[in-house]
Structure formats: structure tokens, C-alpha cells
Design a protein around this ligand. Structure first.
Ligand SMILES: Nc1ncnc2c1ncn2[C@@H]1O[C@H](COP(=O)(O)OP(=O)(O)O)[C@@H](O)[C@H]1O
Ligand SMILES: CC(=O)N[C@@H](CCC(=O)OP(=O)(O)O)C(=O)O
Length: 294
């Protein structure tokens, strides 16, 4: 393709815009949550894999945590089961847990690993069972009265994350690709919301950035307008009046916790935009919603 001198200069300007960001983030850990809803299109998946490889090559340490909610629903439908959610969490009986492990630990994880590797990266896929690195215990949800607890089966909350497995991969330039499955002290598997794993992992690794990629422009207000920045007190209001609901609930909770616990910048961005990751990390263009502790 031949570019006009004007277009060529525009491209060069964009490349050069990346320089201060590359210097700022060199050697820093960036946790990227790749939501199942942002994985629908083959071209987008390929763009994501290329972006991760590029970030690694210019000296950042990307750590990928993926979801796969819609992909789990598809496999459940094939065995005649319908996915059921309470407060954004999947009700997980033992048959559903088998499907969750197959889809998250198997199909989705290995697809991302192989896409990254096809583009020159060295991705390694793990679940929290590997090296027992994500310890979990059974989660109970609070009912509206704040008193009663709701049992949603084999859903886990994170007890602890051991950062040494990820650190070890980093010493040899491997890119970790993590499925959100935790392990109990008795060896049982727990289904954990991927946003919660990404947030806690970003805190544990002392990440510079947490980026949650989803299928909306970011957090939207009641009129569907993008909120480019949100603080903890604004979030409380949006929870209370129902503007934030469903899958956005764990996402925002996790984003806020990470911001409060030392992660420098936390963003919810639109994974349907090609190269959204590069735009967010390496250019001046602000995309999505930035979450601040105060
Ligand atoms: N205020 C809000 N702004 C944007 N999205 C919202 C909001 N409240 C609820 N949502 C829902 O949250 C969804 C994103 O969460 P989720 O479906 O769990 O995605 P992912 O698979 O990326 O984690 C959006 O598609 C939207 O339906
Ligand atoms: C407990 C719980 O809800 N677990 C999620 C794990 C996958 C996930 O979080 O996927 P997305 O990021 O694509 O939504 C689930 O079973 O769907």
C-alpha cells in the first residue's frame, strides 16, 4: 500500500506519540481483563493478541485475565441448561462447574494462548489451580435486606493470590493468560468472576494499570452517555439508583478496590474498538471510563 505523504506523516506522528508512554511504562505490570463479550469477532481477537505481543516487545509486562461468560452460556445451552445470574454472578451447580472448567480452563484459555503465540509472543495459560496460585472459598451473596445470605453454589471469593508463579513467568518473558478458577483448601474448584480476579491480581502484583475490556463504551449514565471519570462517591450513587447493574456491578467493585489499593490507573474500555488496548496505553486518546478512589 502506498501512502500519501500526509497520511504517512500522520502515522509517524502516532508512532512517535507512543514514546513517552513506552518510557513511562517500561518494566511495569499491566493487568488486562479480556471479557467474554469482547471476544466475539475473529478480527478483534487477532487485534487483541497483536496488541499484547507489541506491549511485551516494547518492554511492558502484560498479564491477561480472561472471562468467557457468553461462551459458557453457549455450551450450557447445548446440554439444555440455561445460565442464571444473581447480582452479576453465575449460579454454579456441579454440572455447571464442569462446563465452566471446560470453557474457561480449556477452550477460551487455549484460544487466547494460541493467538498470542501465533503473533510471536510466548503465552502460557493457567488457572488458579496451577501451583494453587488463586486460593478461594465459597462466596455467599447478601440479600437486599443486607442480612440473609444467598447460596449460589460453587462460586468463589478470593482468599489469596500467590504472585510467585506470575513473577517466575516474567523472568523468562512468558505472558501469563489466566482463567478465573480458584482452588479451595480441599482441592475443589471455584468459579470466580473474572473482573474480581483481575482486580485482586492487579493489587497483588502492584500493577501500574488495570484495564477491563468489555462491550460498552465504558460506564454509561441513565441517558446512555459515557462517564469518562468516576469516583467512589459517584459510584455509590449509581449503584443506589440502579444505573449500574448486572455484569457492571462486579466490574466496578473490583475497579474501585484496585484503585483504593494502590493500582495507579484503572480503566473500563470498549473491547469492540480495534486496538483499544494500544489506544488506551500508548496514545493521548482517552477511551472509556477511568475509575478513581477519590
Ligand atoms: N451503567 C452501565 N454502563 C454500561 N454498562 C452497563 C451499566 N450497567 C450495566 N451494564 C451492563 O454491563 C455489561 C458488561 O458486563 P458483562 O456483561 O459482565 O461484560 P464482560 O463479559 O465484558 O465482563 C454491559 O454490556 C451492560 O449490559
Ligand atoms: C461467578 C461468575 O459469574 N463467573 C463467571 C466467570 C467468567 C466471567 O467472568 O466472564 P466474563 O468476564 O466474560 O463475564 C461466569 O461463570 O460467567
Amino acid at each position: 500500500m502506498t501512502l500519501t505523504p500526509h497520511l504517512a506523516q500522520d502515522k509517524a506522528a502516532i508512532l512517535s506519540e507512543a514514546l513517552p508512554y513506552i518510557r513511562k511504562f517500561a518494566g511495569k505490570t499491566i493487568v488486562i481483563k479480556y471479557g467474554g463479550n469482547a471476544m466475539t469477532d475473529d478480527a478483534l481477537k487477532e487485534g487483541f493478541a497483536k496488541d499484547v505481543v507489541l506491549l511485551k516487545l516494547v518492554g511492558l509486562n502484560p498479564v491477561v485475565v480472561h472471562g468467557g461468560g457468553p461462551q459458557i452460556n453457549q455450551l450450557l445451552a447445548r446440554i439444555g441448561k440455561q445460565g442464571e445470574f444473581v447480582q452479576g454472578m453465575r449460579v454454579t451447580d456441579s454440572e455447571t462447574m464442569d462446563v465452566v472448567e471446560m470453557v474457561l480452563g480449556g477452550l477460551v484459555n487455549k484460544e487466547i494462548v494460541s493467538l498470542i503465540n501465533q503473533h510471536g509472543g510466548k503465552a502460557v495459560g493457567v488457572t488458579g489451580k496451577d501451583g494453587n496460585f488463586i486460593r478461594a472459598r465459597k462466596m455467599f451473596l447478601k440479600a437486599d435486606d443486607g442480612e440473609e445470605s444467598i447460596d449460589i453454589g460453587q462460586v468463589g471469593e478470593i482468599e489469596s493470590i500467590d504472585p510467585s508463579l506470575i513473577a517466575l513467568m516474567d523472568t523468562r518473558d512468558f505472558i501469563p493468560v489466566i482463567a478465573p478458577i480458584g482452588v479451595g483448601h480441599d482441592g475443589s474448584a471455584y468459579n470466580i468472576n473474572a473482573d474480581l480476579v483481575a482486580g485482586k491480581l492487579a493489587e497483588t502484583l502492584g500493577a501500574e494499570k488495570l484495564i477491563l475490556m468489555t462491550n460498552t463504551e465504558g460506564v454509561l449514565d441513565k441517558n446512555g452517555q459515557l462517564l469518562t471519570g468516576l469516583t467512589a462517591s459517584q459510584v455509590d450513587g449509581l449503584f443506589a439508583d440502579g444505573t449500574i447493574h448486572g455484569g457492571m456491578l462486579p466490574k466496578i467493585s473490583s475497579a474501585l478496590d484496585a484503585a483504593k489499593n494502590g493500582v495507579q490507573s484503572v480503566h473500563i474500555i470498549d473491547g469492540r474498538v480495534k486496538h483499544a488496548l494500544l489506544l488506551e496505553i500508548l496514545t493521548d486518546a482517552g477511551v472509556g471510563t477511568m475509575i478513581r478512589a477519590n
